[in-house]
Each structure stands twice: as structure tokens, then as C-alpha cells.
Design a binder for this molecule. Structure first.
Ligand code: TRP
Ligand code: SF4
Length: 404
């Protein structure tokens, strides 16, 4: 288990489909075994485009979280919560809004793109413009080191990095910086800690440039450090220490190769999906009705798998041996399309079986889901409040005695 923290969010769009499973969710399930992970439903983000009809968001959030659990996201390993249940996101978003130049927001590529794409709606709102700012608050409030996102979200993570730099630049160092740095030195292990302190002294007392380089190399190689600690120690080493918010990195989630029922990418907007927990009869019907190689009009016509959308699904669900046989029999008209589709149907149903089973537990007892999300919000809230204390202190907003 690495020390770095992973955070990702998903806008609640309702039931997820197999494209989500093969793209995002399998990735989350893998990450939860490697890192401390926080995954949340970005319900406020849904409001940026659905402010005119927010009633469906609750249900969509619910269905989505059950789908996460169905897919194997494990609340014992990862922290799952709903954005709006941790109010500190809103506070940080507001503080950020004070220091963010409008031009930064207007330049984010998704801003104009989405406005044009959803042109039937008035998206010249304050909240929509601030979408990346809210996302920055989501990320920075947890001092996330790694943010798994699809390609379209990378500009938002880059925006977040710039904002963290601006914040750190404006508000300097956290007041307890030295204490935290000393704690972080300990996490290097005693041998490295001693070496690190020597290098630091050599640099700060004697201006030894080689020492500062070796100090940075030591930090890069120290696997036990989170990025927050690493940045803190870099500041400690050079005597500049000005990390309040941590610049996150992203983990690019590869676009799902899952094809939809028409051979295009699977996507709700194309109406070509199979949902994660779709019932068996409907899955069977949808696959049976899928178009095949258009040249195969009659059973006796030979086909070409490369021109058949069903083949794309065989690439996901069928083993090499099965594929080799089907390829041969398609080209020689030795097999009918319905028969050829059966292994795909079987493959999807087998993949869904454990998901349906896991989901059933939660559908039977919704209190389980409520508890998971309440626990998650409590854990996330603790982390968020810790960051907010530093943020308020850095900005001189710690009036209340309970804050320190
Ligand atoms: N904007 C993301 C999307 O549409 C969702 C999101 C909101 C998010 N806040 C986040 C993703 C923070 C990662 C981190 O997919
Ligand atoms: Fe497609 Fe299979 Fe029919 Fe060939 S036999 S056209 S691969 S469904």
C-alpha cells in the first residue's frame, strides 16, 4: 500500500453501464487495493447543468453508488461519500472564488465546449463557470496526490494545480509547518532522516548546492512519503517551506474499449448501452437484435467479423480459442449470427452475476448504503476539516477559538 492518496468523483447520471465498468470502475477497484482512496458522488456538480430540474439527482446518486458497490468498490477499503455531505467543499470553493481570476475560468476548454453542446440550456451561470473551481476544492481539500480522470478532465486537474500554486504563493506557509516537517522527517526512517538533516544543514549553513540536489534525490526515492510530505520536506530542505495545498497529479483512466450495441462507443447519449445490472432477458434481447455484418443478409452468405459490431464484443468477452473458431465459421458461413452471439450473451451475464448479487444485498437493505455513505462523509469530513484549519489559518480567518 502506498502512502499517496487517491481521490475521484463522478457526477450522478443515474444507472451506470458496462462502459463505465470497463473504463472507470474496474480501475477504482484496482486502485482501492493499492492506495487509500476517496470516491464521491459529485451531486453539486450535477446541479451546474441540472439546476432547472434537480429532483432526479438524489435518485441518480443512489443508483450510482449502488452500482459502485455492485462493481466491487469496497467500503472497507475505500471511503465513499456524497459531495454535499461534506460542507467544507463549499467553504473552500467560496474562499477560492475570491482569488481566482475570471480569465482562468473562461479559458478552461470545457467551459465554452459544454455551453455550445448544451445550447438548449442557459449555462451562462455563476455556478457553471465555477465548475472547475468546485472541482479544485474537491481535490485540494483532501490533499489528494493522484486523481484518476478521463482525458476530458485533465484541464481541470491542471487548473487545480495552478490554483494550489496561487494559493500557496498568496498565503505563504502554514503556521505549524515546522512541526509537520519534523514529523515528515521521521517518516523517512532513521537512516534517511539523519542523512536528510545533514544535507539540509550543509545546504542552509554552507550553501552546498550538491547537498540540496542529493536531498531532493533522497525525497524522490523515499517511497514511504505522500506528496504532501514530499513537498513539505522539499520546502524544509531549502528553507522556503510554503506548502498549504498540495498540487495533485492525475492518473489518466484509459478510455473504455467497451463498444455499444451499434459498434460506436457505449454511451448513454447514443442509447446503445447495457446497464450494469440489466436483467438477463433484456441483455439477451439486446444482443440478439444487434446488427451484424451488413453483407450477411442470408444465413448462407459468408461474413466478415471485422465489419461486425458483435465482433467488438467478442474481443471483450470471448477467449482466443472461441474467437478463432467463430472467425473461421463466420467467413465460411458455417455458423448463424444468433449462434455466434451466444458466447457474448453468456460472457456479459457471467460478468453481471456477481454484480447483481452484490447489489441485491443493498437493495434489500438500503440502510446499509446510508451507513456506508454516512461513515464515508464522517471520515472525509475529518480530513477536510484538517485542511480547512490550515487554510483558514493561512488566510488569517481563525477567529473562532475552537479552531486551533
Ligand atoms: N468533473 C468530473 C467529471 O465530470 C467529476 C468530478 C467532480 C471530479 N469533482 C472531481 C473528478 C474531483 C475528480 C476529482 O467526471
Ligand atoms: Fe458477426 Fe458472428 Fe454474424 Fe459473423 S457470424 S457477422 S461475427 S455475428
Amino acid at each position: 500500500m502506498f502512502a499517496e492518496r487517491v481521490l475521484s468523483g463522478m457526477r450522478p447520471t443515474g444507472s451506470l453501464h458496462l462502459g463505465h465498468y470497463h473504463g472507470v470502475l474496474k480501475n477504482w477497484v484496482r486502485l482501492q487495493n493499492e492506495y487509500p482512496c476517496l470516491f464521491f458522488a459529485a451531486d453539486w456538480h450535477a446541479l451546474t447543468t441540472q439546476y432547472d430540474d434537480p429532483r432526479g439527482i438524489e435518485r441518480a446518486t443512489w443508483d450510482m453508488v449502488i452500482d459502485w458497490l455492485a462493481a466491487g468498490v469496497d467500503p472497507k477499503k475505500a471511503t465513499l461519500f456524497i459531495q454535499s455531505q461534506v460542507l467544507e467543499h463549499a467553504e473552500l470553493h467560496l474562499l477560492f472564488s475570491m482569488l481566482t481570476p475570471l480569465g482562468w475560468l473562461e479559458r478552461v476548454p470545457t467551459y465554452k465546449d459544454q455551453q455550445e453542446k448544451l445550447s438548449n440550456k442557459d449555462l451562462s451561470t455563476y455556478g457553471f463557470l465555477g465548475y472547475p473551481l468546485l472541482m479544485s476544492a474537491d481535490i485540494l481539500i483532501y490533499r489528494a496526490d493522484k486523481v484518476p480522470v478521463g482525458e476530458d478532465q485533465i484541464p481541470h486537474v491542471e487548473f487545480t494545480r495552478e490554483l494550489a500554486r496561487r494559493f500557496n504563493h498568496l498565503y505563504g506557509r502554514a503556521p505549524d509547518f515546522e512541526d509537520k516537517a519534523r514529523e515528515a522527517v521521521k517518516r523517512l526512517g532513521s537512516r534517511n532522516a539523519r542523512a536528510f538533516e545533514q544535507l539540509r544543514t550543509r545546504f542552509q549553513q554552507d550553501g552546498d548546492a550538491g547537498a540540496v540536489e542529493r536531498g531532493h534525490a533522497l525525497l524522490r526515492e523515499a517511497k514511504s512519503l505522500s506528496s504532501a510530505d514530499r513537498e513539505r520536506l522539499a520546502g524544509h530542505l531549502e528553507g522556503t517551506g510554503k506548502t498549504i495545498l498540495v498540487e495533485p497529479g492525475y492518473l489518466l483512466t484509459e478510455a473504455s474499449k467497451m463498444p455499444g450495441l451499434d459498434g460506436q462507443k457505449m454511451s448513454k447519449s447514443y442509447g446503445n448501452t447495457i446497464t450494469l445490472r440489466e436483467d438477463a432477458a433484456s441483455v439477451t434481447r439486446k444482443i440478439q437484435r444487434m446488427p451484424t455484418d451488413p453483407a450477411r443478409v442470408r444465413r448462407a452468405d459468408p461474413g466478415d467479423p471485422d465489419k461486425c459490431p458483435v465482433w467488438q464484443l467478442h474481443l471483450v468477452y470471448s477467449g482466443a480459442e472461441c474467437r478463432e473458431r467463430l472467425d473461421r465459421e463466420c467467413r465460411s458461413a458455417g455458423i448463424g449470427c444468433l449462434e455466434c452471439k451466444q458466447p457474448v450473451i453468456d460472457g456479459i451475464l457471467a460478468e453481471q452475476a456477481p454484480m447483481r448479487e452484490r447489489a441485491q444485498t443493498y437493495l434489500d437493505d438500503p440502510a446499509l448504503v446510508r451507513d456506508i455513505l454516512a461513515d464515508g462523509a464522517a471520515r472525509a469530513g475529518e480530513l477536510a476539516r484538517e485542511t480547512m484549519r490550515d487554510v483558514r489559518a493561512a488566510m488569517g480567518l481563525n477567529y473562532r477559538s475552537g479552531d486551533d
